[in-house]
Write a protein that binds this ligand. Structure first.
Ligand SMILES: [Zn+2]
Length: 71
């Protein structure tokens, strides 16, 4: 599977960048560090993006959620 252009441009953006129009929230998770993480699924390419911070102090960031887990 490959990311569509909308998702591609969403990746690695800071959390204050709003989700693109085809992204729909699908889950809210709690990370090991006690932060909330938000899982979004793209209705266009079917990929899953994660909005979360790497640790408690870092700002939220858009990352790709893949089989290898969170980075
Ligand atoms: Zn997409």
């Amino acid at each position: 599977m490959s990311l569509c252009d909308l998702c591609e441009s969403q990746l690695d953006r800071p959390g204050h960048v709003p989700p693109h129009p085809r992204l729909a929230i699908s889950a809210t998770l709690r990370t090991a560090s006690g932060q909330n993480a938000f899982v979004y699924r793209c209705g266009h390419c079917g990929e899953t993006l994660l909005l979360a911070s790497d640790d408690g102090d870092a700002a939220d960031r858009w990352t790709r959620l893949d089989a290898e887990g969170w980075r």
